[in-house]
Design a protein around this ligand. Structure first.
Ligand code: PGA
Length: 265
């Protein structure tokens, strides 16, 4: 089984005090717990990255940014480069979150550029894919997901895939409280792995972690991550409170041998 990867996308939430408090609570609760079994990362807003890096010091929790720009420097008002993210301690970046695709309007082509630049610069990429409700209802889920993967990962090498995690996040499940069923998640993840096999070969596809995202909570984390192709979760709302996020981490860890009974309740 691939080691689970639970990531918290804070989106545009929290303030400086709340961000530091959340890190401290996670650090305390993770110490000697599910952390050994599960990789954990948080994705704060840009402005809190330095204080979050400081607050996470000495822990195993990784930090990533929610977005990145395609150029190294220059006249790109409002944007942030790969080197800047690395400067403040990021090792991960989200690319193609549904809110970037559907609220901000980022295209597959732009997201492909971002992924390539981030990987070339040494960041790990969580590359997000997922269909809209009308696409699922119109039986277009596989076509949409396949296009997002093929265009989004174009030009990325099999070697670079070691630094890529895919997050399957059906848009209709994000922030809605409606979670994909474990069967729906498994089906989409297996299909994603099939496309990865076609692009990069079976060995790379097998090793690539595919997270599920969309209203993941403590109550559904264990059953989702028990599916053979669900290798973790990208969590929004439930990553903003340490207790909620820890419930997801611990319930996920229960699928990979538990956490030694230290805090699973
Ligand atoms: P949610 O968000 O867990 O609040 O549904 C998931 C995401 O946007 O990554």
């Amino acid at each position: 089984m691939r080691k689970l990867f639970i990531a918290g996308n804070w989106k545009m939430n929290l303030d400086d005090v709340g961000a530091v408090q959340l890190c401290q609570d996670l650090k305390t609760q993770l110490a000697g717990c599910g952390a050994a079994k599960v990789d954990v990362a948080v994705f704060p807003p840009f402005v809190y990255l330095p204080i979050v890096a400081e607050a996470l010091r000495g822990s195993t929790i990784a930090m990533g940014a929610q977005d990145v720009w395609t150029e190294g420097n220059g006249a790109f008002t409002g944007e942030v480069s790969v080197d800047m993210l690395k400067d403040v301690g990021c090792t991960f970046v989200l690319v193609g979150h549904s809110e970037r695709r559907h609220v901000i309007g980022e295209t597959n082509e732009l997201l492909n550029k971002k992924a390539k630049v981030a990987l070339a610069g040494g960041l790990n990429v969580i590359f997000c894919i997922g269909e809209l409700l009308e696409e699922r209802q119109g039986n277009k889920t596989e076509a949409v997901v396949e296009e997002q993967i093929r265009l989004g990962l174009a030009g990325i090498t099999a070697e670079q895939m070691a630094n890529v995690t895919i997050a399957y996040e059906p848009v209709w499940a994000i922030g809605t409280g409606v979670t994909a069923s474990k069967e729906q998640a498994q089906e989409a993840h297996a299909f994603t792995r099939k496309i990865l096999t076609d692009l990069f070969g079976a060995e790379v596809a097998e090793a690539t972690r595919i997270q599920y995202g969309g209203s993941v909570k403590g109550a559904n984390a264990a059953e989702l991550t028990a599916e053979p192709d669900v290798d973790g979760a990208l969590v929004g709302g439930a990553s903003l409170k340490a207790d909620d996020f820890m419930a997801i981490i611990n319930n996920g860890a229960s699928n990979v041998g538990g956490c030694g009974g230290c805090c699973c309740g």
